[in-house]
Structures are given as C-alpha cells and as structure tokens.
Design a protein around this ligand. Structure first.
Ligand code: NAP
Length: 316
C-alpha cells in the first residue's frame, strides 16, 4: 500500500493521530482481556449497514477489523438497499433486547427512503455507542456527557495528547452536522474554549476562521479551506474525507506532493483529501492533521472505547 502522508512546508507540524489511535486501542484491549478473564464478559458490537454504498462498506469493515484487534465480538448486519424503515426498526428492537449486545451502530448515511432519525431514536441510549441518540446529544449539550460521538471525542483526545491548550482558545468549528460539528462545538465549550460555529450561511467565512487559534473543519468539500482561512500558526484539524481524481485538482491541492498523489490516482483511481487544502495549510498552520492517517483513525479507536464503556455500564 502506498503511504499518503502529505509533505508539509517549513512551519506546519503534523499531529500524530496514528500512534494515539494505536495506543487507545491497546488500552481497550488490555481492559477487555481483564473483563473476559475476571468476569467472563466479552463486549459485543453490532454494526448495521443498509445498501451498497462502497464508502460505507469500507468504514464498517474497518470498524469490524478494529473489534477483532481489541477483542470485541462483532456482528455485521448487511441489509439490502430495499430494506424498509419498519424492517430496520425490527432489527434494532431485536438488538436492543439482546443482553449479549452492548453497542449498536447504524452506518450513516442510510438510503434516502429510510427514516434516519426514527432509526437513531430507536436505538437504546445505553447501547448508542455512536452517541447520536437525542438522549445522548442532550446530555452532552447539558455538560453531562455519557456517549459522545466518536469523531469529536477523538479530536479532543488528540488535542490533549499533543499538548494543545483548549481552555481560553479561540476555537472555530466549520460545519454544524449532528455527528461532527455540533458535538465538537459542545466539547470545546465544555473545555472552556471560546467557540464560534460556522456553516454554509456564514458571511465572510475567512474573516471568521482567521480569528481561530484552533480551527476544526467538517464540511465535506475537497480542499475548500485555504491559506486565506487560516491564522498563521493556528492548529488545524481536518475532518473531511473526499476522493479526488482530476489531475488539475490534485495539482491545486498537493503542491510538491502532486507527483506522488497522481501515482496513487493512476493506481487506485482516486486519492484522499480532507476539507483543507493541504499544501496551503502546511505553509500557514502551526499544526495540522493529515488526511488520510488523521482523524479517521481516531474515530474508529473511540468507537472501541465507547463499546467498552457501554459494556461496563450495562453489565455493572
Ligand atoms: P454534513 O452533514 O454534510 O454537514 C456539512 C456541514 O458543512 C453543514 O453544516 C454545512 O452547512 C457545512 N458547509 C457546507 N459547505 C460549506 C461552506 N462552503 N462553508 C461553510 N460551511 C459549509 O457533513 P459531516 O457528516 O459533518 O461530514 C463532513 C466531512 O467530514 C465529510 O467529508 C465527511 O466524509 C467527513 N467525516 C469524516 C469522519 C472521520 O472519521 N474522519 C467522520 C465523519 C465525517 P449547513 O448546515 O448550512 O448546510
């Protein structure tokens, strides 16, 4: 496999997400071994996927693989595209009722005709290891979190592990989705950052983001955040995961890494880029997360941690 770490300019330092993710998984593994040997309990995660979206299939495969690594038992319920909301609700009810299942995740997005909010709300909040259920979102908003969405929780762990001060920082979150932007803002607020949330209707986005010491971007637009959005020396956390294949776009994003990225495109058909222009950010930012090899790895590690937590809370 070809490594895709970006080459940074003289200033930006790449934040070490991969080693932190490995450490978190190792800690989970040790605790699970203890749980199994002392109490005969092995946590179980049920992953539910509907349809044939290739990206969703890869994400679920990575989560199942991580379960194997840490010793969590896993089940993969892969349902056909034609599955109805009521069929899916029946499966969720079955998984809720099973005492041996500790965590339930439904891989998003679900097909358009499935009522996503009904499915999320049907999951037992005690098994909601993704932290998307309104009860868990509400508890987070009240400052009493139980299950926190894995991506923002992983970002907080990365900031702490990298010694980046959150308290008092001017933090800006671009994107207000239920799964990343909103919970990210809540977590930063809870840690005493001064938080600004931006979205597609924000006026003069660069003027707002340029105030940030800490900029978290989750918008789903390849390389959208450029030099003009970043305060010199800021910490930039890039949540985005986008495929690019067009040669001119690749050249505009990767600077001196362009040739290697084009080789990856020739081999695989695409290369991955976040929501931040990596070449421009490397010249301006102080610290930066790579894509791939950044936030995505932490998301999976935190899912393992949440599943262990669910097993502990449920089984006493
Ligand atoms: P989403 O639900 O599509 O939400 C996108 C958000 O970005 C919305 O709030 C939208 O504003 C805002 N936005 C879109 N265009 C904008 C613009 N030009 N300026 C400012 N704000 C803009 O996205 P998501 O689920 O949060 O995912 C975002 C990205 O993160 C995607 O690339 C996704 O693949 C990636 N992701 C990665 C991980 C990981 O583990 N690395 C996990 C989850 C998601 P409005 O609300 O006004 O529409």
């Amino acid at each position: 496999m070809v490594a895709e770490n970006i080459q940074t300019g003289p200033q930006a330092h790449l934040l070490e997400a991969a080693s932190l993710a490995a450490r978190i998984k190792q800690e989970v593994q040790v605790e699970i071994e203890t749980m199994v040997s002392e109490r005969g309990v092995r946590p179980c995660l049920a992953a539910v996927r509907v349809g044939d979206d290739p990206a969703s299939a890869v994400y679920v495969k990575n989560k199942i693989r991580a379960c194997e690594e840490v010793g969590i038992r896993s089940e993969h319920h892969a349902l056909p595209e034609a599955t109805s909301t009521s069929e899916l609700l029946k499966l969720i009810a079955f998984l809720n009722a099973r005492d041996d299942v500790d965590g339930i995740l439904t891989q998003l997005p679900l097909p358009a005709r499935v009522e996503e909010s009904a499915i999320i709300e049907a999951i037992d909040p005690a098994k909601d290891v993704d932290g998307f259920h309104p009860v868990n979102a509400g508890k987070l908003a009240l400052g009493r979190p139980v299950f926190v969405p894995c991506t923002p929780a992983g970002i907080i762990e990365l900031l702490d592990d990298s010694g980046i001060e959150i308290r008092g920082a001017n933090a800006c979150v671009v994107g207000r989705s239920q799964i990343v932007g909103r919970p990210m803002a809540q977590l930063l607020l809870q840690r005493d950052a001064t938080v600004t949330i931006c979205h597609s209707r924000t006026r003069d986005l660069p003027a707002v983001t340029r105030n940030a010491d800490l900029l978290v971007v989750a918008i789903g637009r390849a390389g959208f955040i450029g030099r003009e959005h970043i305060r010199p020396g800021a910490t930039v956390i890039d949540v985005g995961m986008n495929n690019v294949s067009d040669a001119a776009t690749v050249a505009s994003l990767f600077g001196r890494d362009t040739e290697r990225r084009l080789e990856i495109v020739a081999k695989r058909g695409y290369t991955l880029v976040g929501d931040v222009n990596p070449a421009e950010a490397a010249e301006v930012a102080g610290k930066l997360t790579p894509v791939p090899g950044g936030v995505g790895l932490l998301t999976v590690a935190l899912l393992m941690k949440n599943t262990l937590k669910a097993a502990r809370l449920r089984r006493g």
